[in-house]
Structures are given as structure tokens and as C-alpha cells.
Design a protein around this ligand. Structure first.
Ligand SMILES: Cc1cc2nc3c(=O)[nH]c(=O)nc-3n(C[C@H](O)[C@H](O)[C@H](O)COP(=O)(O)OP(=O)(O)OC[C@H]3O[C@@H](n4cnc5c(N)ncnc54)[C@H](O)[C@@H]3O)c2cc1C
Length: 135
């Protein structure tokens, strides 16, 4: 990966180190009993910071940190997730699609920002001033 995208070496190392650290954890598949649960809790203690960080980050968000476009797409695809949809359709002028499938991140704020970014790009293309108002 680092040979393909040397500019993303530090993020690649961070991710592969996280996998290395957590891959030795033997998690019970069935419901553990109290003793097994406690044992598991102790084993997980050193990894709590790691888990907290990665459970707050979506795959698309993490992939968005890569500067290499191929790596961004391949990373998302490696989790079996769909890549981001394009915002335009070839042959359909002035069509713009925005929302959670066309931008990195999930929820209403990224979808709204996606719309804002498209309007900004249209303004730039039409040489119009882009002005926003905060309610
Ligand atoms: C139960 C629930 C709770 C959530 N709570 C939060 C929250 O608290 N905060 C937060 O940030 N996010 C929340 N989300 C996520 C958030 O709702 C979505 O990320 C957001 O709505 C995505 O916006 P969107 O415009 O991409 O898609 P949508 O809001 O799904 O809009 C797509 C629209 O396209 C329409 N459509 C689909 N197909 C066609 C078609 N063929 N022709 C015409 N129209 C079509 C649909 O009817 C829909 O109105 C929640 C989601 C769910 C399901």
C-alpha cells in the first residue's frame, strides 16, 4: 500500500498498526458467562482507546483521510461497501445529485454540506458570488 501511495504512508501505518494490535484479541462468539466476560474485559483494557477512536469513525470518513483517490476508493471497497456515487450524470446537463451516498460521512450535516458545496461550485462555474446567511 505504501508503495502505491507513499503520500499516505502515515495513515496506512496507523491503520495497519491498529489491525496488528487488535487482531490478537480472541473475542467469544457466543454469550460469554460472567467469568469469561470479566476476562475479556481485562484483555480489552489496553485496546479501549483504539476501539473508542475507530467506533467513532466511519469507513468513508477514514478513507477520506487518504490523499490518493485510488486508495480512498479501494479502502471503502475492501469493506464491501459501495463507493461514493457521482454527483452528475453524463449527458444530463445541470443535473446535480447530493446526499449521504455522494459524500464522505453519514447523517444530515454532511448531506446538507454536500448541497452547499454543489451550489458553491455552480456559482464558481457561473462566475456568481456565493453568499450564505446564518439563521
Ligand atoms: C431512523 C433514522 C434516524 C436518523 N437520525 C438522524 C439524526 O438524528 N441525525 C442525523 O444527522 N442523521 C440521522 N439519520 C440519517 C439521516 O436521515 C440521513 O443521513 C439523511 O436523511 C440522508 O439524506 P439524503 O438526502 O442523502 O437522503 P434521504 O433523506 O433519504 O432523501 C432521499 C429522498 O429521495 C426520495 N427518493 C428515493 N428514490 C426516489 C425516486 N426514484 N424518485 C424520487 N424521489 C426518490 C426519497 O423518498 C427521499 O425523500 C437518521 C436516519 C434514520 C433512518
Amino acid at each position: 500500500m505504501k508503495e502505491l501511495a507513499p503520500g499516505d504512508a502515515s495513515l496506512i501505518e496507523e491503520f495497519t498498526n491498529a489491525i496488528r494490535r487488535s487482531s490478537g484479541l480472541d473475542m467469544p462468539v457466543d454469550n460469554p458467562n460472567l467469568l469469561e466476560g470479566l476476562e475479556m474485559g481485562f484483555k480489552m483494557l489496553p485496546l479501549l482507546g483504539l476501539f473508542r477512536k475507530y467506533t467513532k469513525t466511519s469507513v468513508h470518513d477514514f478513507a477520506g483521510g487518504f490523499s490518493d483517490p485510488f486508495l480512498r476508493e479501494a479502502f471503502v471497497g475492501s469493506f464491501g461497501l459501495p463507493r461514493l456515487l457521482p454527483k452528475t450524470l453524463p449527458g444530463l446537463a445541470d443535473f446535480h445529485m447530493i446526499g449521504q451516498w455522494t459524500t464522505v460521512g453519514a447523517g444530515l450535516p454532511p448531506a446538507a454540506k454536500d448541497g452547499r458545496d454543489v451550489v458553491k461550485a455552480i456559482c464558481r462555474r457561473d462566475r456568481k458570488r456565493f453568499v450564505t446567511f446564518t439563521p
